[in-house]
Design a protein around this ligand. Structure first.
Ligand SMILES: [Zn+2]
Length: 324
């Protein structure tokens, strides 16, 4: 079987993109139903890349996080709900384990709606319930700053979860919302792993042992996430692949996958591109490039079942365990 065939037959799941921000009304608007000249992802490129399920973050953007995170997140939620409604043959909203199981490779692409940063919840569980009713099933507790739930890793503190953060973890467990630890500081990561009754994800991060960026995960964190049953989405962000731009290659990204497989195990690695939210590595700089990852994994000696775990089966497993 060729790698293209293996890729096409695999369930491919991307744990993070910021594409919704590109489809807001305004001068930079992109119609996500068309293959865009700009950006990284849209429906045609998700199809060309063989993506079956994509987490879309309703990320307000760093500057808007403090000022108007709730309304800015709601606008992005609306972009996705509107898109799903306008092209039901191409995209469907995943809200339950049953929805995820029902995805077919020739059917609509599954979209999981996420928040990136609990800022949008304004410290209130009632807002979690509203976002849940709108379809949100993945919550990144922080972006880079402090919020009512926890501290992001640029807050420069050692603090763990606040009382609200602890309540939020319990409420997400209860409702069936995935907890996403990307951007969370070390104290917060440790607290969530101690508290959560369900597997968690780190939707977009790499291995600190290979690239000393604060967003990357230490070996101890990788082992702790494996012990929780969770999954880390390796990301294409060039700064998280290598500190030197010229070294940030697909080969180096595959080194990160090899490392996480060695430290955490083959069941705990996935993909989280961060498309439309970053400058990705050149070889994976647009949605249609995904099959190159499959090819690279094969060249590294991974078997088809192992490749399929990395491409999407691991993320599918944890979402099936968490979604209602
Ligand atoms: Zn991010």
């Amino acid at each position: 079987m060729s790698m293209i065939q293996l890729h096409q037959q695999s369930f491919v799941f991307d744990g993070h993109c910021d594409t919704l921000g590109a489809a807001l009304p305004g001068p930079k608007y992109r119609d996500l139903r068309q293959w865009g000249k700009e950006g990284h992802l849209d429906i045609p490129r998700l199809r060309a890349g063989g993506i079956n399920c994509q987490i879309f973050a309703a990320f307000p953007g760093g500057e808007r996080l403090q000022a108007c995170a709730t309304s800015a997140s709601l606008e992005r939620v609306h972009v996705l709900l509107d898109l799903v409604q306008s092209v039901p043959d191409d995209m469907c909203l995943i809200q339950t384990a049953e929805d995820l199981v029902a995805l077919q490779s020739d059917g609509p692409i599954g979209a999981i709606l996420g928040l990136e940063g609990a800022e949008a919840l304004a410290g209130r569980l009632s807002l979690l319930h509203i976002f849940y009713r709108l379809g949100v099933r993945n919550i990144g507790l922080t972006w880079n700053h402090r919020n009512a739930a926890a501290d992001g890793l640029l807050a420069g503190t050692q603090a763990g979860l606040s009382a609200f953060g602890r309540d939020l973890v319990a409420a997400c467990n209860e409702l069936g919302v995935m907890l996403d630890l990307a951007h969370l500081n070390a104290g917060g990561v440790a607290d969530v792993l101690a508290l959560s009754q369900k597997p968690v994800i780190v939707s977009h991060a790499n291995a600190y042992a290979l690239c000393e960026h604060p967003r990357n995960l230490s070996d101890a964190q990788l082992r702790a996430i494996a012990a929780n049953g969770g999954v880390v989405g390796v990301t294409f962000v060039h700064q998280f692949v290598a500190s030197e731009r010229s070294q940030a290659t697909l080969s180096r990204l595959l080194d990160h996958i090899d490392h996480i497989v060695q430290v955490a195990g083959i069941d705990h690695v996935g993909i989280g591109s961060d498309f439309d939210g970053c400058v990705p590595i050149a070889e994976l700089s647009s949605g249609e490039h995904y099959p190159r990852l499959c090819e690279g994994l094969s060249q590294r000696g991974y078997t088809p079942p192992q490749i399929q775990k990395i491409l999407g089966e691991n993320f599918r497993r944890v979402f099936l365990q968490v979604l209602p």
